[in-house]
Ligand binder design. Structure first.
Ligand SMILES: O=C(CO)COP(=O)(O)O
Length: 135
């Protein structure tokens, strides 16, 4: 089943996300990819795949991806956020990660976790149903 995967990286971590995405291009190409603006533009060129680009992160892109989660339209988030530099939109970053916890969305903040998510048998198991919290 085709999933919707969001790909996001802060500037210092974009090279890691490009490297990771290239390594998993075959898997990613089977799914719908969405991204914040700058990340999406870079990935589209690097992967030569269609990536739906939302606004740039500081201009609301994180919030748009958060809205997808709230509408139950996102299956997975790969978000390489920068642990060493503050961002003007840190509250948006926190809100996006919070949405992942609220809605039980698999989220990877580094390459090792992202590797494990996309290579997990559950990732391609159409019978696996992510539990959706009932508040
Ligand atoms: O800031 C971001 C996520 O918080 C990423 O935004 P860009 O992809 O536009 O750089």
């Amino acid at each position: 089943m085709q999933k919707t995967i969001a790909l996001v990286a802060h500037d210092h971590r974009k090279p890691d996300l490009v490297k990771w995405s290239l390594a998993h291009k075959a898997k990613l190409s089977k799914h719908k990819l969405v991204a914040t603006g700058t990340t999406g533009g870079i990935l589209q060129k690097a992967l030569n795949l269609d990536v739906h680009c939302f606004n740039s992160g500081p201009l609301g892109g994180d919030q748009q991806i958060g809205a997808l989660i709230a509408e139950q339209k996102l299956d997975c988030l790969v978000f390489f956020w920068d642990p060493l530099n503050p961002a003007p939109h840190d509250p948006d970053v926190k809100a996006l990660l919070r949405m992942c916890s609220v809605w039980n969305i698999p989220v990877a903040c580094n390459m090792a976790t992202a590797d494990m998510i996309v290579t997990s048998p559950l990732f391609v198991d159409d019978t696996y149903l992510r539990e959706i919290p009932n508040f």
